[in-house]
Design a protein around this ligand. Structure first.
Ligand SMILES: C[S@@+](CC[C@H](N)C(=O)[O-])C[C@H]1O[C@@H](n2cnc3c(N)ncnc32)[C@H](O)[C@@H]1O
Length: 362
């Protein structure tokens, strides 16, 4: 029995008849005991629970149990777990029971807690992915920061999971969609370039708002671009949207776009390279074309501060931008009429717009 469990079991027995008064008095008299009990309840269990729920969501267990209760064998089959590992799967599922998120009746596991039931809903996929992002990326940044500095280590793009991030960034979908709705010309034909398209959801939204819009959607990460291309096919958009892997900095395209969009990725560029990256976006615009860039800025909620921490420790990106600095960088990159707007008053999520300086000559 570990010390936390011992502390908890003794803590829960104080009202029961005491069989070994001396031992219990000694354990309870331990000056560390209140701290251990407080840590166990306040910190340790919530972390275990968050990890269990994130894993149960990403593995498909929550979704399977939302459809119907399942026994160990059918869950093992669904997760393609080898026979000899089924007892280990059982230990993990039983941990879910112990944490209060699952229950078991007549040999079948069922969802029990409200968070487990909510995260099982397909409409909450972005939140499930965000929980996974917190545990897999934010927690290691907090945990390892001093050691990384001592050892001169940085996070690389490979330390991240582009497919999880493409899902988790959709927690800000209503804000990005509002920015698109405010910017997009809905009547004239529009040629859109979306840089760092992730799932492709915002190209789809723009295409819905303007039936005459066509687009090139690119993403730096091959697996993300492949998944966006599959989404475009599923959404019936392949005749209007070309989707491929490409890096904005080396993208081979003519200055033909009426609108270039960058959503939630300016911090993938180091601060010193942002003006060049934005100039590249500017140079891909047709004369009079517009840029729409949406991003969370510094000074937001604690989750955004953790995201900022991760990118500060990355070897390829940089901190979240300060809104006024990004406005300056957009001007340096050649944009006119630069504006920064908070989509929701008081929130640090901003939309930045600018217009290409170049004019069309007849
Ligand atoms: C946080 S995700 C956002 C995805 C999507 N825009 C959204 O808001 O849901 C950032 C994406 O930008 C892509 N990206 C970063 N730097 C890029 C670059 N230089 N060129 C193209 N894509 C880039 C990343 O690969 C990643 O998929």
């Amino acid at each position: 029995m570990d010390i936390l469990s011992l502390a908890k079991s003794v803590g829960s027995r104080v009202e029961a008849p005491l069989t070994d008064l001396r031992t219990v008095t000694k354990v309870l008299g331990n000056p560390h005991m209140p701290l251990l009990l407080a840590l166990s309840k306040g910190f340790v269990e919530p972390v275990y629970r968050a990890a269990f729920l994130a894993s149960a969501a990403s593995s498909g267990v929550l979704h399977a149990l939302a459809v119907r209760p399942c026994d160990l064998e059918s869950l093992a089959e669904r997760l393609r777990i080898a026979d000899e590992d089924r007892p280990r799967l059982k230990e993990w599922l039983d941990m879910g029971i112990r944490l209060g998120d699952l229950t078991k009746r007549e040999g079948c596991y069922k969802l029990r807690s409200l968070p487990a039931k909510a995260l099982a809903q397909p409409g909450n996929d972005a939140i499930a992915a965000a929980l996974e992002e917190v545990l897999r990326f934010h927690v290691p940044a907090l945990l390892n920061a001093p050691r990384m500095l001592r050892e001169g280590r940085r996070f690389s793009l490979d330390d991240q999971d582009g497919l999880v991030i493409a899902r988790s960034t959709r927690v800000v979908q209503p804000l990005v969609e509002e920015a698109i709705a405010r910017t997009l010309d809905r009547d004239a034909p529009v040629r859109l370039l979306e840089v760092g398209c992730g799932s492709g959801a915002y190209v789809r939204y723009a295409a819905e708002l303007n039936p005459r819009l066509s687009a090139l959607a690119v993403d730096l990460q091959q697996d993300v671009a492949d998944s966006a291309a599959a989404n475009m096919a599923e959404w019936g958009l392949t005749d209007r949207v070309e989707t491929r892997q490409a890096d904005l900095r080396t993208l081979d395209a003519q200055p033909q776009f009426d609108l270039v969009t960058l959503h939630n990725n300016i911090y993938y560029f180091p601060e010193a390279e942002r003006v060049d990256a934005l100039r590249r976006a500017h140079d891909l615009l047709a004369p009079g074309g517009r840029l729409l860039l949406t991003t969370s800025c510094k000074g937001g909620n604690i989750g955004l501060e953790a995201l900022n921490l991760w990118f500060t420790y990355a070897d390829f990106g940089g901190p979240l931008p300060q809104a006024d600095e990004l406005v300056d960088q957009l001007r340096q990159a050649g944009f006119d009429d630069v504006e920064a707007t908070r989509i929701v008053p008081g929130e640090q999520f901003h939309a930045f717009t600018g217009t290409s300086k170049r004019v069309a000559y007849a």
